[in-house]
Design a protein around this ligand. Structure first.
Ligand SMILES: [Zn+2]
Length: 215
């Protein structure tokens, strides 16, 4: 596991399982600590808990979408607010068993089902922290993105592919809906782009993907 500080209040925890990397993202903002995605189980989130255990800020966990590699550590945060898109909560409830059965060999520590406790449809804003959550369908129908407006960092979940050879992720939706999400990203103010599995990129990656899709 590699810890990289990407801005003053943003830190990335990157796990390499041999075939793909997985990023968990911590934003230590003024009022709350935001954890974006909970990884493969209780062990995945231990280093984050270790980082923030001494400050007494409340933790908010955000699930970018329902896929198993982003939610299996949720139960560690069962006492916290866990936020997702409304569809994400429904899908976790519906697909938890199936996802565990298919991918059990990837579990790190324990993975107990723990559903988001606060859901939204279009947008949610934390003004004291300048943290904005927006609905950004594409990779999945329930995908959301998190923007740290103070430091110009966006976390797009899996709306960017796993590596530089595969910049376009698997798409559950029609490509025009994904393109709309990319166009929305272009209007936002950020310079640093975090995703679930790729390296830290800059805003140019959005133009690069739009360029590939227009060919
Ligand atoms: Zn995914």
């Amino acid at each position: 596991m590699k810890i990289s500080k990407i801005k003053n209040r943003s830190t990335l925890y990157t796990f390499d399982n041999g075939t793909w990397d997985l990023n968990l993202h911590l934003i230590q903002a003024n009022k709350y600590n935001y954890v974006i995605d909970s990884g493969l189980g209780t062990q995945s989130v231990e280093p984050i808990i270790e980082t923030i255990k001494k400050d007494n800020k409340q933790i908010i966990l955000i699930n970018t979408h329902y896929h198993w590699d982003h939610i299996w550590g949720n139960d560690t945060f069962s006492d916290c607010i866990i936020i997702s898109h409304q569809l994400c909560r429904e899908r976790i409830a519906e697909k938890w068993e199936e996802m565990i059965n298919k991918n059990a060999s990837f579990i790190q520590g324990e993975a107990k089902c723990c559903l988001p406790s606060l859901t939204f449809k279009d947008e949610l804003y934390f003004p004291e922290d300048k943290i904005r959550l927006i609905y950004t369908p594409g990779h999945t129908q329930d995908s959301i993105s998190v923007i740290d407006e103070e430091e110009g960092v966006i976390n797009v979940g899996d709306n960017i592919g796993d590596n530089m050879e595969e910049l376009i992720p698997s798409l559950e939706l029609e490509s025009n809906q994904y393109i709309n999400t990319l166009l929305k990203y272009q209007t936002l103010d950020f310079d640093t782009c975090v995703s679930g599995h790729n390296t830290v990129l800059n805003k140019d990656v959005i133009n690069t993907i739009l360029g590939i899709l227009s060919k």
